[in-house]
Design a protein around this ligand. Structure first.
Ligand code: CTP
Ligand code: MG
Length: 166
Protein backbone atom coordinates (compact mmCIF):
# COMPACT_ATOMS: atom_id res chain seq x y z
CA UNK A 1 0.00 0.00 0.00
CA UNK A 2 3.02 2.27 0.30
CA UNK A 3 2.69 3.59 -3.29
CA UNK A 4 -0.89 4.59 -2.39
CA UNK A 5 -0.10 5.99 1.05
CA UNK A 6 2.86 8.19 0.12
CA UNK A 7 1.25 10.51 -2.50
CA UNK A 8 -1.00 12.32 0.02
CA UNK A 9 1.70 13.41 2.50
CA UNK A 10 4.04 14.31 -0.39
CA UNK A 11 1.27 16.38 -2.01
CA UNK A 12 0.79 18.16 1.33
CA UNK A 13 4.54 18.85 1.51
CA UNK A 14 5.05 19.92 -2.12
CA UNK A 15 1.60 21.19 -3.08
CA UNK A 16 0.69 24.76 -3.93
CA UNK A 17 0.39 26.99 -6.94
CA UNK A 18 -2.03 26.40 -9.76
CA UNK A 19 -5.14 24.52 -8.63
CA UNK A 20 -6.20 21.49 -10.71
CA UNK A 21 -9.61 23.10 -11.37
CA UNK A 22 -7.83 26.34 -12.43
CA UNK A 23 -10.02 28.22 -9.98
CA UNK A 24 -13.20 27.40 -11.87
CA UNK A 25 -16.62 26.91 -10.33
CA UNK A 26 -19.16 24.15 -10.93
CA UNK A 27 -22.74 24.93 -11.93
CA UNK A 28 -23.69 25.19 -8.24
CA UNK A 29 -21.42 28.24 -7.95
CA UNK A 30 -18.96 26.42 -5.71
CA UNK A 31 -15.42 25.46 -6.67
CA UNK A 32 -15.01 22.36 -8.83
CA UNK A 33 -12.31 20.90 -6.54
CA UNK A 34 -10.93 23.80 -4.50
CA UNK A 35 -7.50 25.21 -3.72
CA UNK A 36 -6.51 22.05 -1.83
CA UNK A 37 -5.94 20.16 -5.10
CA UNK A 38 -2.99 21.55 -7.07
CA UNK A 39 -1.05 20.36 -10.12
CA UNK A 40 2.21 20.47 -8.20
CA UNK A 41 0.81 18.32 -5.38
CA UNK A 42 -0.61 15.91 -7.93
CA UNK A 43 2.64 15.61 -9.93
CA UNK A 44 5.03 15.26 -6.98
CA UNK A 45 2.62 12.98 -5.12
CA UNK A 46 2.22 10.57 -8.03
CA UNK A 47 5.95 10.63 -8.72
CA UNK A 48 6.76 9.84 -5.08
CA UNK A 49 4.30 6.93 -5.03
CA UNK A 50 5.78 5.41 -8.19
CA UNK A 51 9.35 5.95 -6.94
CA UNK A 52 8.71 4.23 -3.60
CA UNK A 53 7.05 1.40 -5.56
CA UNK A 54 10.15 1.04 -7.73
CA UNK A 55 12.26 0.91 -4.56
CA UNK A 56 9.94 -1.86 -3.32
CA UNK A 57 10.32 -3.81 -6.57
CA UNK A 58 14.08 -3.37 -6.49
CA UNK A 59 14.46 -4.36 -2.84
CA UNK A 60 12.16 -7.37 -3.20
CA UNK A 61 14.52 -8.69 -5.88
CA UNK A 62 17.63 -7.60 -4.00
CA UNK A 63 16.78 -9.13 -0.63
CA UNK A 64 14.51 -11.95 -1.83
CA UNK A 65 11.44 -10.70 0.04
CA UNK A 66 9.23 -13.32 -1.57
CA UNK A 67 6.47 -12.84 1.02
CA UNK A 68 5.81 -9.31 -0.22
CA UNK A 69 3.26 -8.88 -3.03
CA UNK A 70 4.93 -8.87 -6.43
CA UNK A 71 4.61 -5.26 -7.49
CA UNK A 72 5.06 -4.23 -11.12
CA UNK A 73 5.48 -0.80 -12.68
CA UNK A 74 1.78 -1.06 -13.60
CA UNK A 75 0.57 -1.88 -10.07
CA UNK A 76 2.63 0.84 -8.35
CA UNK A 77 1.45 3.37 -10.94
CA UNK A 78 -2.20 2.37 -10.47
CA UNK A 79 -1.84 2.53 -6.66
CA UNK A 80 -0.22 5.98 -6.80
CA UNK A 81 -2.38 7.59 -9.49
CA UNK A 82 -5.51 5.98 -8.05
CA UNK A 83 -4.80 7.35 -4.58
CA UNK A 84 -4.76 10.97 -5.75
CA UNK A 85 -7.59 10.48 -8.27
CA UNK A 86 -9.69 9.14 -5.40
CA UNK A 87 -8.66 12.17 -3.35
CA UNK A 88 -9.81 14.51 -6.13
CA UNK A 89 -13.11 12.69 -6.70
CA UNK A 90 -13.71 13.00 -2.96
CA UNK A 91 -12.99 16.74 -3.07
CA UNK A 92 -15.42 17.12 -5.98
CA UNK A 93 -18.23 15.61 -3.91
CA UNK A 94 -17.08 17.42 -0.77
CA UNK A 95 -17.59 20.74 -2.59
CA UNK A 96 -21.00 19.61 -3.90
CA UNK A 97 -22.05 18.95 -0.30
CA UNK A 98 -20.99 22.50 0.54
CA UNK A 99 -17.99 21.52 2.66
CA UNK A 100 -15.13 24.01 2.49
CA UNK A 101 -11.57 23.11 1.67
CA UNK A 102 -10.00 21.29 4.61
CA UNK A 103 -13.35 20.58 6.28
CA UNK A 104 -13.54 17.26 8.08
CA UNK A 105 -15.46 14.56 6.19
CA UNK A 106 -15.17 11.33 8.16
CA UNK A 107 -14.75 8.04 6.28
CA UNK A 108 -14.44 9.73 2.87
CA UNK A 109 -11.28 11.62 3.91
CA UNK A 110 -9.68 8.39 5.15
CA UNK A 111 -10.68 5.90 2.49
CA UNK A 112 -10.70 7.99 -0.70
CA UNK A 113 -7.18 6.85 -1.56
CA UNK A 114 -7.97 3.17 -0.98
CA UNK A 115 -11.13 3.38 -3.09
CA UNK A 116 -9.33 5.23 -5.89
CA UNK A 117 -6.39 2.82 -5.94
CA UNK A 118 -8.63 -0.26 -5.88
CA UNK A 119 -10.93 1.07 -8.61
CA UNK A 120 -7.97 1.63 -10.95
CA UNK A 121 -6.57 -1.83 -10.12
CA UNK A 122 -9.99 -3.34 -10.71
CA UNK A 123 -10.11 -1.78 -14.17
CA UNK A 124 -6.49 -2.26 -15.31
CA UNK A 125 -5.10 -5.20 -13.30
CA UNK A 126 -7.97 -7.10 -11.63
CA UNK A 127 -5.99 -10.37 -11.54
CA UNK A 128 -3.31 -8.75 -9.37
CA UNK A 129 -5.91 -7.10 -7.16
CA UNK A 130 -7.77 -10.30 -6.36
CA UNK A 131 -4.60 -12.36 -5.98
CA UNK A 132 -2.99 -9.80 -3.66
CA UNK A 133 -5.80 -8.22 -1.69
CA UNK A 134 -7.30 -11.28 -0.04
CA UNK A 135 -9.84 -10.92 2.78
CA UNK A 136 -7.27 -10.85 5.63
CA UNK A 137 -5.17 -8.31 3.67
CA UNK A 138 -8.28 -6.18 3.09
CA UNK A 139 -9.12 -6.26 6.80
CA UNK A 140 -5.59 -5.12 7.71
CA UNK A 141 -5.84 -2.29 5.14
CA UNK A 142 -9.23 -1.17 6.47
CA UNK A 143 -7.87 -1.02 10.03
CA UNK A 144 -4.46 0.42 9.18
CA UNK A 145 -5.62 3.17 6.82
CA UNK A 146 -7.55 5.42 9.26
CA UNK A 147 -4.90 4.93 11.95
CA UNK A 148 -2.06 5.94 9.61
CA UNK A 149 -4.17 8.76 8.16
CA UNK A 150 -4.84 10.25 11.59
CA UNK A 151 -1.21 9.86 12.72
CA UNK A 152 0.15 11.49 9.56
CA UNK A 153 -2.29 14.39 9.75
CA UNK A 154 -1.47 15.13 13.39
CA UNK A 155 2.22 15.02 12.45
CA UNK A 156 1.55 17.26 9.44
CA UNK A 157 -0.32 19.72 11.68
CA UNK A 158 2.48 19.75 14.25
CA UNK A 159 5.13 20.56 11.64
CA UNK A 160 2.69 23.13 10.17
CA UNK A 161 2.40 21.46 6.76
CA UNK A 162 -1.33 21.02 7.32
CA UNK A 163 -3.69 23.69 8.59
CA UNK A 164 -5.94 21.24 10.44
CA UNK A 165 -5.05 18.03 12.33
CA UNK A 166 -7.32 15.83 10.11
N1 CTP B 1 -2.51 18.89 -1.99
C1 CTP B 1 -2.22 19.39 -3.25
N2 CTP B 1 -2.62 18.72 -4.37
C2 CTP B 1 -3.30 17.56 -4.28
C3 CTP B 1 -3.63 17.03 -3.00
C4 CTP B 1 -3.21 17.73 -1.87
O1 CTP B 1 -1.57 20.44 -3.36
N3 CTP B 1 -3.68 16.92 -5.41
C5 CTP B 1 -2.04 19.64 -0.79
C6 CTP B 1 -2.87 20.89 -0.52
O2 CTP B 1 -2.02 21.88 -0.02
C7 CTP B 1 -3.83 20.41 0.57
C8 CTP B 1 -2.96 19.46 1.36
O3 CTP B 1 -2.14 18.84 0.38
O4 CTP B 1 -4.32 21.45 1.35
C9 CTP B 1 -3.73 18.43 2.16
O5 CTP B 1 -4.50 17.60 1.28
P1 CTP B 1 -6.03 17.25 1.57
O6 CTP B 1 -6.28 17.06 3.02
O7 CTP B 1 -6.40 16.18 0.64
O8 CTP B 1 -6.75 18.60 1.07
P2 CTP B 1 -7.71 19.62 1.82
O9 CTP B 1 -6.99 20.93 1.90
O10 CTP B 1 -8.22 19.01 3.05
O11 CTP B 1 -8.87 19.83 0.76
P3 CTP B 1 -10.24 18.99 0.60
O12 CTP B 1 -11.23 19.56 1.55
O13 CTP B 1 -10.60 19.24 -0.83
O14 CTP B 1 -9.92 17.56 0.86
MG1 MG C 1 -8.24 17.26 4.07
Amino acid sequence: MLPAYLPNPVAALCGGGLPVDLGRNYSDGKRLLGDGKTWRGLAFGILAGILIGLVQIWSAGQFGWAYLPQQTLLTVTLLSVGALLGDMVKSFFKRRFGKDRGANWPVADQFDLVAGAFVLLLIFDPQWLFATVTLPVLIVILIMTPVLHRAMNILGYMVKVKEVPW
